[in-house]
Each structure stands twice: as C-alpha cells, then as structure tokens.
Design a protein around this ligand. Structure first.
Ligand code: KIV
Length: 270
C-alpha cells in the first residue's frame, strides 16, 4: 500500500492534477480509495444525495460526524476532508473550532468551509488549533438563498477580481487548498495562477490544480446532476436491474437455490 496522503502532500501538488471525489459511507470509501483517488471529501452534499433533503442547509454536525467516521474506517491512502455544515462555524470562532475538533475526532484530516474574507478569522483559529482547512469559493451552496440559486459565478471581470481578493484573504488566513465551484474558467485561471496553494475545481473548467466531483453524479445515482458533472456509469440502471431480478426470482421460486440452503444433519420429524 502507498503511504497515506496528508494535507501537506496535497498542498505540494500545486501545478499537478489532484483528483478528489465525495464519499459518505464505508463501502464507497473503500471503492474510491482502492481506485487511487487523492482526496476524499465527506461533503455536506450528503444532505441531498444520501439523506434526500432539498439542500445542504439540512446537514447537521451530527450527520457529518457519523458519516466522517464511517468513511474514515474505509480510507487507507487518500487524504480525508470533512465539510463543516451550515451553522457549525458562522456564529463564532470558538464554535468553528469546536465543530472542527468534532470532525477531526471522527477521523477528518482537514475540514472544508464555505465562504471568503468574512470567515478568514474562523480559518485562522481552526488552523491554529492544528486542523488544516480547505477553502470553498464561487458557488457556495450553503449561501444559495442569498446568491439567488445555483448560478455560475465570477463571469464579469469585477467579480473575478473580487473572487481573487477573497481567495487571497483565505490564503493569508492559512488554507492549504481551495475549492472553486461553478466559476468561469477565466476566473478560475486567474485565482489558480495567483495563489500558491492548489485550486480544486468543480464546474470551473480545466485550468485548476485538481478536480472534484460528487460520487453519486459520477456513477449515475443522482436524481438531478449539475450540468458540469460527468456520469461514467449508470449505476442506477445496474442496481435497478439487480433488484428487479431478485424480485422475479423469489416470485418464480428460483431463489433461494440449493447452493443457498443449509440442510439439517439428521431427520427432523413433524
Ligand atoms: O458538499 C460537497 O459535495 C462539496 C463539493 C461539491 C465540493 O462541497
């Protein structure tokens, strides 16, 4: 087995091609880790793709802790990051540190939080407590109410400059990497060129130091995947087919077969 990747290793991959994906449970963690992924994120997208909620606002710290612990049990090599859910870092720096500590105790090797300059003090406090922080700018789903939906960001020059300013503030505060979600490729390029920490993009083009996607979008298990995601397999069809076959075989008396049966060691009367 190759050595476990750390936040330091990821930070050193500036200029490379970091590959990241989400996972929310043990079997998925085993799969993505065995495949050779660099970063596994226990994303708060969990609320939508696994728990069936309408947005990420419903993910709680308890949800994130439980799922981070499950993923941590399955990851051997990848660097493990957990999302700080809505409400777990906004109220105060001490609340932010407490929440990050809970996630680190569950097995996270870094935490990710959404937002820019206004949360730089939270980033600094968490890093000072010894926990690496990944930033997240552009489309920040926890702010979808304020942003007016899930629209692409930083398509104007002034917005790209503002994005860069926020990214530089986060870098100053101590982030070791930065997720850029659904921003123009040109804005992502500007931030990637100007930052010394790696950018990891989702829906932000080809110019970043890495890419991240939601596992359920990659394997075809999402109800409504975003336009920038790529589906590599239609797992829903595969799973649906398997369960339909099981139903059919039970109804036709074909399952269980002889190979699934245990026999008594002696004659049982009655
Ligand atoms: O929660 C999540 O899955 C994320 C990724 C989209 C980066 O934050």
């Amino acid at each position: 087995m190759r050595r476990k990747l750390t936040a330091r290793d990821i930070a050193r991959m500036k200029g490379g091609r970091i590959v990241a994906i989400t996972a929310y449970d043990y079997p998925t963690a085993r799969i993505v880790d065995e495949a050779g992924i660099d970063v596994v994120l226990v994303g708060d997208s969990l609320a939508m793709v696994v728990l069936g909620h309408p947005s990420t606002l419903q993910a709680t710290l308890d949800d994130m802790v439980r799922h981070t612990a499950a993923v941590a049990r399955g990851v051997r090599r990848a660097h493990l990051v957990a999302d700080m859910p809505f409400g777990s870092y906004e109220p105060s720096t001490s609340k932010a540190v407490e929440s990050a500590v809970a996630l680190a105790r569950a097995g996270a090797e870094a935490v990710k939080l959404e937002g820019g300059s206004e949360y730089a003090d939270r980033v600094r406090a968490i890093v000072n407590a010894g926990i690496p922080v990944m930033g997240h700018l552009g489309l920040t789903p926890q702010r979808h109410l304020r942003l007016g939906g899930y629209r692409p960001q930083a398509r104007r020059a002034s917005e790209a400059r503002e994005l860069l300013r926020e990214a530089e503030d986060l870098e100053q505060a101590g982030i070791y990497s930065l997720v850029l979600e659904f921003v123009s490729e040109e804005a992502a390029g500007l931030v990637t060129r100007r930052l010394s920490v790696p950018t990891i993009c989702i829906g932000s083009g080809r110019v970043c130091d890495g890419q991240i996607l939601v596992f359920h979008d990659v394997v075809g298990l999402s109800d409504s995947p975003p336009p920038f995601a790529k589906r590599y397999v239609n797992a829903r069809e595969v799973l649906l087919g398997a369960v339909k076959k099981y139903i059919e075989e039970v109804r036709k008396g074909l399952f269980p077969g002889e190979e699934h049966v245990v026999h008594a060691k002696e004659r049982i009367e009655g």
